[in-house]
Design a protein around this ligand. Structure first.
Ligand code: NAD
Ligand code: UD1
Length: 343
């Protein structure tokens, strides 16, 4: 049978590693391009533990056209490339306001370089990691893909908007591609085997990694950032999606792209349900039978009150839906934390 390779930039990262596993499960041959700038080579061993063989891997800085060309030469010589999933980027909102050039250089630089080398090899299908951050605080929730894009609140958010625009411009050019722009809501959890998961480096800013580290007594109790929002329990509402459900949406997206020629479609990827911070704490306690140490604190600047996805478009066009519950995700997140270690 013909090998269907999929190039996965950032495939050693959190969402990328889970997507590599699901691509394998769906019969694709994932090929990882990563420079471990925000991950660890051990992730490749974790993936091997699950799929049973070492994944194909090239150590490449995706902002380097030269390195990309070398890798693409080798990969295309091995067989057909079905598509590219471009995860490689920096993603810390706070850091992006302190070091904007680092974000522009890496996030815009890697997307430009990948698109260029992709065109040189006439590879058509492209999947881009975007974020619900492009919506800011939408007027209507659940938010669908037709909601206006608001002025970005951070350089990180702007890199996502700019890359979306870059891909749309290429799609409208003389050498169009076939692309989907996936706007992730809040990915959480880990592989149930605990062989791979999220590796927060330093102080975690996101809720779930901080929560699991607080439960593991590696950190001070969790601070709930604001309990005076205009929501039923006063805490912010988000759409938390199990990372494996998110990974599977990429597989569904590739299947859909193979039936298209010059598409350029945006999809929201979430569960369609909003969950408050206090509800997350309760769900974690229910799923794991352990109390979460926490205190109520002040609001975090830049947080939106409530956002969750209308996922009708992804469900209908991609024939995809979520299989895991919040409790599943929080059970897997805790299992992963236990593997990483407690105090
Ligand atoms: P991650 O940091 O865990 O993974 C990114 C991977 O890309 C890492 O392995 C890193 O080493 C690699 N990388 C970064 N720059 C690179 C470069 N120039 N060359 C080669 N490799 C490079 O992040 P993640 O959470 O898996 O996020 C993946 C993508 O999804 C990112 O584009 C991110 O902006 C986007 N996203 C993430 C979230 C989230 O909550 N995690 C939400 C919305 C969007
Ligand atoms: C943040 C980013 C967003 C990015 C996403 C995924 C901001 C403003 N937004 O989203 O652009 O796409 O991460 O990387 O940074 N919370 C606490 N205590 C904590 C941590 C978080 O109460 O210690 C609350 C937050 O106030 C928020 C919710 O938990 O209401 C989720 O926070 P987080 O995981 O950081 O994700 P977002 O803010 O939704």
């Amino acid at each position: 049978m013909e090998m269907k390779q999929v190039i996965v930039t950032g495939g050693a990262g959190y969402i990328g590693s889970h997507t590599v596993v699901e691509l394998h499960n769906a019969g694709f041959t994932p090929v990882i391009l990563d420079n471990f700038i925000n991950s660890d080579a051990d992730v490749l061993k974790g993936i091997e533990e699950i799929i049973g063989y070492p994944p194909s891997f090239f150590e490449v800085d995706c902002t380097s056209i030269i390195q990309l060309r070398e890798a693409f030469e080798k990969i295309t010589a091995q067989g057909v490339v079905e598509g590219i999933i471009h995860f490689a980027a920096f993603k810390a909102v706070g850091e992006s306001t302190e070091q904007p050039l680092k974000y522009y250089q890496n996030n815009l630089g890697s997307t430009t370089a990948i698109l260029q080398v992709m065109q040189e090899h006439s590879i058509k299908n492209f999947v881009f990691s975007s974020s619900c951050t492009v919506y800011g605080q939408p007027n209507v929730i659940p938010v669908d893909e037709s909601a206006p894009i608001l002025e970005a609140e951070s350089p990180y958010g702007f890199t996502k908007q700019a890359c979306e625009r870059m891909i749309m411009d290429v799609n409208g050019s003389a050498q169009p591609l076939n692309a989907i722009l996936l706007r992730y809501f809040n990915p959480i959890g880990a592989h149930p085997s605990a062989a791979i998961g999220e590796l927060p480096i330093g102080h975690p800013n996101n809720l779930i990694p901080y929560l699991t580290q607080a439960v593991a007594e590696l950190r001070e109790p969790l601070t709930v950032f604001g309990a005076d929002y205009d929501t039923p329990d006063g805490t912010c509402i988000r759409d938390y999606i199990h990372v494996i459900d998110l990974a599977n949406a990429h597989v569904a997206g590739l299947h859909w792209l193979s039936s298209q020629t010059e598409a350029c479609e945006v999809f929201n990827l979430g569960t369609g349900n909003g969950t408050s911070v206090l509800e997350i704490i309760e769900a974690f306690e229910r799923a794991n039978g352990i109390a979460v140490p926490y205190k109520l604190g002040s609001r975090r600047p830049g947080d939106v009150t409530a956002i969750y996805a209308d996922v009708t478009k992804a469900k209908n066009l991609l024939d995809w839906s979520c299989q895991f519950t919040i409790e599943d995700a929080l059970r897997d997140a805790w299992r992963w934390q236990q593997k990483l270690g407690a105090a």
